[in-house]
Design a protein around this ligand. Structure first.
Ligand SMILES: Cc1ncc(COP(=O)(O)O)c(C=O)c1O
Length: 399
């Protein structure tokens, strides 16, 4: 108990940057998470929680996955840091594997440490490649909280106090092809989009809209930047969300599942984009760290070994079970998503239900926007765990 209180207080005092108290995401009581196993998190008092969030979409392999743990342990005992001006065997191995799973025209990668950093890199590269500054993004988008990423994030609550942000950013309605047509011009460097808007409410992109985004970019000389930070690495039942639409993005931003939950990010792009970069155009001290790369090699190996197909199958089961259990209830407006990113859109605020789910059923879920209960379970989730989560949600929501 003393440990729990001290830890919670210390963390509260020191790590105040997440601003949970603003009400965006109420901190879940004083719980101190200390361990994990499969799809379960374990708190300081030994209570177990079925984690339907993968720690904000990152722990795709669950916790203490043998491949990931072994890779980190081995690399930690060999070399845990290596500057970017030296080659490193693990970094080289990871880059090769990463490029092998992205589309053939994407031959280059810049390694960073987070999703927001990947978006910042993508914006810089698009500006250099096109020699333009304009960006078109979508309402309800979320791309991160660094100044660059915040500039293409829509929610005024996150932005307002930090303005002016980057100039020349236009926000169009997501899924509005007319909006695109009006906004993309010969001054536009990039159109930056999520194919499923995740934090913004689990809004799935229309095929027509995304095809129009690619077409308009090609016609007007802008680059299509797809943010796969939350939808990448099997989350939607394919390696990347854009594969559902046969898109050929010019740049993709990656993070979350990239290292199986170990912090890393990446910008992946073509030789054409590479040609415009100059020495010193971008860099990162920690990007491409050997430990992160070892985690990445291990995670990519597990994804390749059938985990993505498993995610698609588990996603169908979760979606069908939710439809059967709560689909007809008055409080449920819509159940939407793809693979293992699912939003239950409610006719009321989602946050109070998240609290009940955790406290009374030991199930962790996330909000997305104010009314959506978002599920992002680890891709390794088993059928009995899916059933348990659905039962908990069914008994939490009003009949
Ligand atoms: C689609 C998307 N892009 C970017 C980010 C920012 O990632 P990070 O928090 O690692 O900076 C997030 C974070 O949730 C995200 O969902």
């Amino acid at each position: 108990m003393v440990l729990k209180e001290q830890t919670a207080k210390t963390e509260h005092a020191v790590h105040s940057t997440q601003l949970y108290e603003s009400g965006v995401v109420p901190r879940r009581g004083e719980t101190v998470m200390v361990a994990g196993e499969g799809c379960w998190m374990i708190d300081s008092e030994g209570r177990r929680y079925l984690d339907m969030t993968s720690s904000q979409g990152v722990a795709m392999l669950g916790y203490d996955h043998p491949a990931l743990t072994a890779a980190l342990q081995q690399q930690a005992s060999r070399l845990h840091a290596c500057p970017n001006f030296f080659h490193n065997d693990m970094r080289g191995a990871f880059l090769q594997e990463l490029i092998a799973v992205t589309p053939p025209h994407m031959t280059r990668a810049f390694l960073a440490n987070s999703g927001a950093e990947a978006i910042d890199g993508a914006i810089k590269f698009a500006r250099l490649a096109t020699r333009r500054t304009g960006i078109v993004a979508a309402r309800n988008s979320f791309h991160g909280r660094t100044v660059g990423a915040l500039s293409v994030t829509w929610n005024p609550k996150y932005r307002r106090k930090f303005e002016p942000l980057l100039p020349d950013v236009d926000f169009i309605h997501f899924n509005s092809s007319d909006g695109l047509d009006g906004a993309v011009s010969d001054r536009t460097a990039a159109v930056v989009l999520e194919v499923i808007q995740a934090e913004g409410g689990v809004h799935v992109g229309d095929a027509d809209f995304l095809a129009a985004a690619q077409r308009v970019c090609r016609e007007r000389g802008a680059l299509l930047v797809v943010d796969e930070v939350q939808t990448g690495f099997g989350r939607t039942g394919r390696w990347f969300g854009f594969e559902h639409y046969n898109l050929e993005p010019d740049i993709i931003a990656l993070a979350k599942g990239l290292g199986g939950g170990f912090p890393m990010g990446a910008v992946v792009y073509s030789d054409t984009v590479q040609e415009s970069l100059f020495s010193g155009a971008h860099g990162s001290t920690f990007g491409g760290n050997p430990l992160a790369c070892a985690a990445g090699v291990a995670a990519l190996g597990v994804y390749r070994d059938g985990l993505i197909e498993q995610a698609e199958r588990a996603g169908c089961r979760l979606r069908e079970a939710l439809e059967a259990a709560i689909g007809g209830r008055k409080v449920v407006r819509e159940i939407r998503g793809r693979g293992l990113i699912i939003g239950v859109d409610l006719r009321t605020k989602a946050v109070p239900f998240l609290k009940t789910l955790m406290e009374e059923h030991g199930v962790l879920a996330l909000p997305a926007g104010s009314t959506v209960l978002r599920l992002l379970p680890p891709l390794i989730i088993r059928d009995d765990e899916i059933d348990l989560a659905v039962e908990a949600i069914a008994s939490t929501l009003p009949a």
